[in-house]
Design a protein around this ligand. Structure first.
Ligand code: NAI
Ligand code: MG
Length: 491
């Protein structure tokens, strides 16, 4: 729990301005917004608030950086890869400072911030390796013809990211965009702009030409929307709520049919089979739900447990939830920090109320944790029914919902009966059972005997209303290049 002179205040905030053309700028309209430390509810910075006018300037800078004779467009692929690796190494050089800043702004335990930054640097390196491997193909054609494809950058990419993994989401977006030779206008979430601005300084230090990466902090409806509707933005990548994803999808294409990729919400099922080792399964369920204070789009938020082991499993989940250490994210023993904001905090407590009212059994938690900050106790509900609000909607908070099932046909049907389809999990030692469930589950990622593991080289994304397209891996490149067919007559 936090003392009033929390260590969190020892991190210095260095950048609070808008980053355009490798320079720092005040907001055109002269407004700033407050950034809050969710562990203490204190204001930690006033950040320049980007509006339509600032987005316009960023688009202009990006457009110049993308002109055909520009340093960026004429650079050898290998040199582009070198810049990316330099950026990755600067993230590693500053990991101590950057992880503390991420924790100050987001509230996640500092060891989790270190994990995120390590993954982020590796993601940029991974995509740096792709720069000279993004190839087209030669295609058989007539005797006097030469037919081939070129993969070319899409152009100006607008990237709008959320607050749950501020640096990691920046890396997932910048990696493939830069590898393909695009230019970027990135808008961090209004709750967490600080590390994205620091990363902008590292982009400049790495030596990227001006205008290649621009970072414009601001809110969704004004700053985000300006990117979404801009006719010169060729591609939009959005990560956030399904609600905003739907709006963005509709409005973005209305102006110029820009390419859109979406990474949205989830209500992912985790199926615990009857043969599962109880301890191992409870650990998987615990990690699936509570990781990052349950602020994960792929959180395993519907845990289906076979009726034969249901009661013992509920007991195990309560035991693990009660042991979870919630508090000061700078303390090395802390496992769970605060939720991101007062809005999220209240929303989660309302979901807990609704679970109680609709008849789910509150087994532990259910209240705020700590005296100050947006902390919530690890909470477990058993006897959750499929039609309850907590079973259908994304809570984005540490509230585990345990469902009972009797047959596998039944659980497949129930697991799939959701508008979302981001991820799913299965815990079993039975190979046939696992392979059958993998085939039937309508989700972009299925983990078996594990959950919430990520690989830069493997695609991530959703079926159904969880999104459009894939990020990471070679699939993640596909939405960042255009394919040009070249047909040559040999005369
Ligand atoms: P949000 O979807 O409103 O915000 C995500 C990003 O979109 C932010 O950068 C925001 O400024 C921007 N944005 C918001 N409205 C916009 C608009 N009209 N045009 C363009 N950009 C816009 O998510 P919010 O309000 O922070 O959280 C609400 C819920 O969304 C959460 O409770 C959670 O269920 C879900 N969520 C899902 C995430 C994921 O990783 N898939 C991440 C964050 C939230
Ligand atoms: Mg919102």
């Amino acid at each position: 729990m936090l003392s009033s002179d929390s260590k969190t205040q020892q991190v210095e905030v260095k950048y609070t301005e808008i980053f355009i053309n490798n320079g720092w700028h005040k907001a055109t309209k002269g407004k700033t917004f407050q950034v809050i430390n969710p562990s203490t509810c204190e204001v930690i910075a006033d950040v320049e608030e980007g509006t339509r006018e600032d987005v316009e300037k960023a688009v202009e800078a990006a457009r110049k950086a993308f002109q055909s004779n520009s340093p960026w467009r004429t650079m050898e692929p290998a040199a582009r890869g070198d810049l990316m690796r330099k950026f990755a190494n600067l993230l590693r050089r500053d990991i101590d400072y950057l992880s503390k800043l991420e924790t100050l702004n987001n509230g996640k335990p500092v060891h989790d911030s270190i994990g995120d930054i390590t993954l982020s640097a590796n993601c940029i390196d991974y995509y740096a390796g792709w720069v000279d491997k993004i190839t087209g193909e030669t295609i058989p054609a007539g005797h006097n013809e030469f037919l081939y494809t070129r993969h070319e950058p899409v152009g100006i990419c607008g990237q709008i990211i959320p607050w749950n993994f501020p640096i990691l989401m920046l890396a997932w977006k910048l990696g493939p965009a830069l590898a393909c030779g695009n230019v970027v206008i990135l808008k961090p979430a209004e709750q967490t702009p600080l590390t994205a601005l620091y990363c902008a300084a590292l982009i400049k230090e790495a030596g990227f030409p001006p205008g290649v990466v621009n970072v414009v902090p601001g809110d969704g409806p004004e700053c985000g929307n300006a990117i979404v509707v801009h006719p010169h933005v060729d591609k939009l990548a959005f990560t956030g709520s399904s609600e905003v994803g739907k709006i963005v999808h509709k409005t973005s294409t209305a102006t110029n049919l820009k390419r859109v990729s979406l990474e949205l919400g989830g209500k992912s099922p985790l199926i615990i089979c009857e043969d599962a080792d109880l301890d191992q399964a409870a650990q998987v369920a615990h990690k699936a739900l509570y990781f990052n204070a349950a602020q994960c789009c792929c959180a395993g938020s519907r845990t289906f447990v076979h009726s034969k082991i249901y009661d013992q499993f509920v007991a195990k989940c309560i035991e693990y939830a009660n042991k979870r250490i919630v508090g000061d994210p700078y303390d090395k023993n802390t496992e769970q920090g605060p939720q991101i904001s007062e809005e999220q905090f209240n929303k989660i407590l309302n979901y807990i109320e609704s679970g109680k009212q609709e008849g789910a059994k509150l087994q532990c938690g259910g209240k705020r944790a700590c005296d100050n900050g947006y902390f919530i106790q690890p909470t477990v509900f058993s006897d959750v029914k499929d039609n309850m609000k907590i079973a259908r909607e994304e809570i984005f908070g540490p509230v585990m919902s345990l469902f009972k099932f009797d047959s596998y046909e039944e659980v497949i049907e129930r697991a799939n009966s959701s508008d979302f389809g981001l991820a799913a999990g299965v815990v079993t030692k039975d190979l046939t059972r696992a392979l059958t469930l993998i085939k039937e589950l309508r989700a972009g990622t299925v983990w078996v005997n594990d959950y919430n593991s990520f690989w830069n080289q493997a695609p991530f994304g959703g079926f159904k209303e969880s999104g459009h397209g894939r990020e990471l891996g070679k699939y993640g490149l596909e939405s960042y290049y255009e394919v040009k067919t070249v047909g040559i007559k040999l005369i």
